[in-house]
Design a protein around this ligand. Structure first.
Ligand SMILES: Cc1cc2nc3c(=O)[nH]c(=O)nc-3n(C[C@H](O)[C@H](O)[C@H](O)COP(=O)(O)OP(=O)(O)OC[C@H]3O[C@@H](n4cnc5c(N)ncnc54)[C@H](O)[C@@H]3O)c2cc1C
Length: 453
């Protein structure tokens, strides 16, 4: 989270542990897949989540049709409000998935210039049409948070929200042992083990379950499941092994960390400070590697991050004491952010497609432009051809290894789709129903051929 400066995540989510495992030779997968949550409350210190349950309980997202309409939102008549999710996605309305809601909110503010405020990008998330008693019963906790930090009661005035970095689908690569039915073999020491023998990663720090875009509520499910189900494998894998603390390797690693700590403390005074460097890093990452990604910007961002890393090598500490020194802890954490930032940017640069949370407009697949049924059909066939080619090329996990020169080395690994084959995702796409029909016929043909064979 802190890689982006501000996010919905806790202020302790620095990524240091995964970064150090990566630098020690651990494979890091799918770094470029970062989920941006559509509804967060902007704050100077951090971005606070406005839970999806607000939309789930009937919250409506809108902007005034007149740019930066200064009227009180309650005084803006309904026909002068643009309920853009409902208009653009009539079937799903405000319940479109996270990445789509995020892009639309971002787009309405940046491309259409309809942000509610001029100097701060935001849209309205409106619950005021829902009875107070229902809101208190179902959403009391989250509404209190909004009221506490914004000083406005969301039961009587629409909330102002904007997307924020929220979750990392990528993480340390972990293994698993596949059972005959396609699940996990219970008790296998391979489950959730990284490529560093004996090092396990479980939870948001691993890459295992969420592909390019996590579905709401699935994170707790996956980290609790992995923890419960795979713990027995960790125990069986470590049975009979000597404790690591006694090994020469461990003692040498501790010494290296202590020397590193001291070397930072004894740096001569420099011109830059770690807090400023961190802010610059967050700005670069937020600008180039969130909702919309473009290759020219990613190339530039990679260079900028490398330069910033050089500056960090010589940044100075305002506190060089040896007791509860927060300055040195933060400086080390900032240093740990660079390898992951570079991997994320490189992964995003190389992935020339749109998949889940990774969106590059230059590679988006447009809907059907034709109006005549025959032409529509032909276009849908071409669309499906392109989808299949793209799937063959890009339905892969990105595997990053920390190179000796400090730059990431990237390869790709196939994704096991034997249980659920991939299919087009067509939310709101013009001509989606024709594509769906063509796809259905193709799938039926393949199934028929397989059963004959
Ligand atoms: C605001 C918010 C709301 C969310 N809501 C939902 C939801 O409704 N449903 C859902 O499924 N998911 C939700 N998520 C995501 C989900 O909460 C997280 O993905 C999940 O809690 C991660 O759990 P974890 O155990 O993997 O990591 P964490 O909970 O981050 O635990 C990691 C622990 O490791 C410790 N640690 C870090 N570095 C070190 C180190 N170097 N040495 C030792 N210890 C270290 C940390 O202090 C922390 O205690 C939400 C996330 C946020 C930010």
């Amino acid at each position: 989270g802190l890689l982006y400066g501000r996010s919905t995540m806790s202020m302790i989510c620095t990524g240091s542990a995964v970064s150090r495992a990566y630098k020690a030779g651990g494979k890091y997968a799918n770094a470029e897949f970062i989920q941006v949550h559509p509804t967060a409350v902007p704050g100077a210190d951090k971005l606070r989540l406005m839970s999806e349950s607000a939309r789930g309980e009937g919250g409506r997202v809108w902007v005034p049709r007149k740019p930066q309409d200064a009227r009180d939102p309650k005084d803006i008549p309904v026909d002068e409000r643009y309920y853009f999710l409902e208009e653009r996605y009539p079937e799903y309305g405000n319940l479109v998935p996270r990445d789509i809601a995020t892009r639309e909110i971002f787009d309405i503010c940046t491309t259409d210039g309809l942000s509610v405020e001029k100097d701060r990008l935001c849209v309205y998330l409106d619950l005021t049409h829902i009875p107070r008693e229902t809101l208190d019963r179902k959403l009391g906790g989250i509404l209190e948070i909004y009221e506490k930090f914004q000083g406005v009661d969301p039961r009587v005035a629409p909330m102002k929200i904007f997307p924020a970095v929220h979750y990392s689908m990528g993480g340390l690569w972990v293994d698993y042992e596949k059972s005959e039915t396609g699940g996990l073999v219970e008790g296998s020491p391979r489950n959730q083990q990284t490529n560093i023998h004996g090092l396990y990663a479980i939870g948001e720090c691993d890459y295992q379950y969420h592909g390019a875009n996590r579905l709401g509520a699935n994170s707790l499910l996956s980290c609790i499941f992995s923890g419960l189900f795979c713990a027995s494998g960790v125990i069986s894998g470590s049975k009979g092994k000597a404790p690591l603390e006694t090994s020469r390797e461990f003692v040498a690693a501790v010494k290296r960390q202590e020397d590193y700590h001291q070397s930072i403390l004894s740096r001569p005074a420099g011109e830059s400070n770690p807090y400023d460097i961190h802010q610059q890093l967050g700005n670069i990452m937020t600008r180039t590697a969130t909702v919309v990604r473009r290759n020219d910007q990613l190339v530039q961002a990679y260079d900028d991050v490398c330069q910033l890393e050089n500056v960090w090598q010589n940044c100075s500490l305002s506190d060089t004491g040896n007791w509860t020194n927060q300055n040195v802890v933060f400086t080390k954490a900032v240093g740990d952010m660079f390898p992951i930032a570079k991997l994320l940017l490189k992964g995003a640069l190389l992935r020339d497609e749109c998949r889940g949370a990774h969106y590059k407009p230059d590679f988006a697949m447009p809907g059907i432009a034709a109006t005549e049924p025959e032409e529509q059909r032909a276009e849908a066939e071409r669309w499906c051809d392109r989808f299949e080619a793209n799937t063959r090329k890009w339905l892969k996990s990105t595997i990053g290894v920390h190179g000796d020169d400090g730059h990431p080395v990237i390869t790709y690994e196939d994704v096991d789709t034997t249980l659920i084959p991939p299919r087009p995702r067509l939310y709101g796409l013009v001509g989606g129903e024709v594509i769906e029909q063509v796809w259905k016929e193709r799938t039926e043909k393949v199934t028929e051929a397989a059963s004959v064979g």
